[in-house]
Ligand binder design. Sequence first.
Ligand SMILES: Cc1cc2nc3c(=O)[nH]c(=O)nc-3n(C[C@H](O)[C@H](O)[C@H](O)COP(=O)(O)OP(=O)(O)OC[C@H]3O[C@@H](n4cnc5c(N)ncnc54)[C@H](O)[C@@H]3O)c2cc1C
Length: 436
Amino acid sequence: MNATLIDTLRDASRDSFSTRAGVVLLAGLLAWLAVEVWRALLRLMGERRQRTVALEKLHWQLQEAKIRCREAEQVQAGWNGIRKFSVTKKIREGDDVNAFYLKPHDGRPLPAFKPGQYLTFQLDLPGRDKPLIRCYSLSDCNDGKKDFYRVTIKKEKAPPAKPDAPPGAGSSYFTDVVREGDILNVKAPNGHFFLDMAKSNPIVLLAGGVGITPMLCMARAIAESGSKREAYFFFGVRNRREHIHKEELEKLAAENDNIQLHVAYSKPGPDEVKGKDFQHEGRVSIELLKEVLPSNNFEYYLCGSGAFMKSLTDGLEAWGVPDKDVHFEAFGPATVKKKTAAPSPSETVHLAKINVTFARSNKTVRWEPSAENLLEFAAAQGVKIDSGCCAGSCGSCVVAIKSGAVDYLKKPDAEPEAGSCLTCVCRPKNDLVLDA
Ligand SMILES: Cc1cc2nc3c(=O)[nH]c(=O)nc-3n(C[C@H](O)[C@H](O)[C@H](O)COP(=O)(O)OP(=O)(O)OC[C@H]3O[C@@H](n4cnc5c(N)ncnc54)[C@H](O)[C@@H]3O)c2cc1C
């Protein structure tokens, strides 16, 4: 073989070697690329799946947050209109007094309320063409953690002056008809008589008879919040038969040094022992307060009969307690008038010229400038208008206005429909014709 042939063969074998190497290299490159693309695809699919899962999770978290938000709003703001409640327990507390434990029929959480507030019931009594509205103070506190509300209701007897009159319609219904398992129509807690739990100043709670309900709620709220706020709790009843929530009160005082309980029996029974069943013989009076309290420097909360509240508010005023420190709730027509700004002389002249017509009763009368509100004015004229809270909350005294306008003495909690007014908290602005 000559040299040229040998060179040609060597070149050829070098070429075929580099071609094969190139092919192998290319194949390797392609395989690596395929693996990378596959991995990238898998990664993308995984990421997409993760994104979908994350999105789904976010969606559900959002839904849950919305529900919680709605619940929290409900807990804050109560509910609108009527909510159904089941009576889960009815416990006899004394002569014709029962405690009712109420749970929401929808099973959803209950709003917190301010200790001292009340519930409004819409009662469908047999034989009545429209529901009877009645308010009852909450006798146990709830800061949103309990699943029940409690009210304590006393059957109202016929007034002594009219022994033949029927007993109270609403309270008799609760006492004689309502049973465990029954369902009631209830409006959300409301009212302006409450204990400000943000404050820590010492207080005096003054309760007469069933007027203990808002006070018990306030005392329980202090105890359950763990606050060391000083509270003197005076409770006046005739004797053991009226001493409602006795064990509960004694336990509350025994477990909380800051709550001092003073029970006064005005007519103790022969076996009722001073120092055991009650602490003071007689009524809760201003003299008793002076004897027990270290000074008059307290904020006072009162609830009881008209006579109870009148004597104590007068006594507190005479003792130099400023008006701003005396708060009270009237369960019936107020015998203690809240001091509203008296009309100015020019307003009085204008008010004295106003005619109020009760169209259904066919009566037109000149407005009396000293009258407290339209509800009381109507009653004084013998015109009956239904009423409940007498504080512009429950809506039972609503009356349609046929012509004219009214001025509100305080902003009602529940705004009445256009063309009507809540007679318990307003007076006429000019000549007025009411559908009453
Ligand atoms: C904010 C607030 C909170 C309250 N909290 C409580 C509470 O915690 N516990 C409680 O027990 N009460 C409470 N009350 C009182 C309650 O709302 C009712 O007013 C009470 O139960 C009486 O209502 P009734 O329907 O039974 O009586 P009504 O039917 O209104 O009768 C009232 C009175 O009139 C008499 N009467 C009826 N017909 C006649 C007639 N023809 N002639 C003469 N007299 C007649 C009845 O015998 C009765 O004595 C509260 C009231 C308010 C405003």
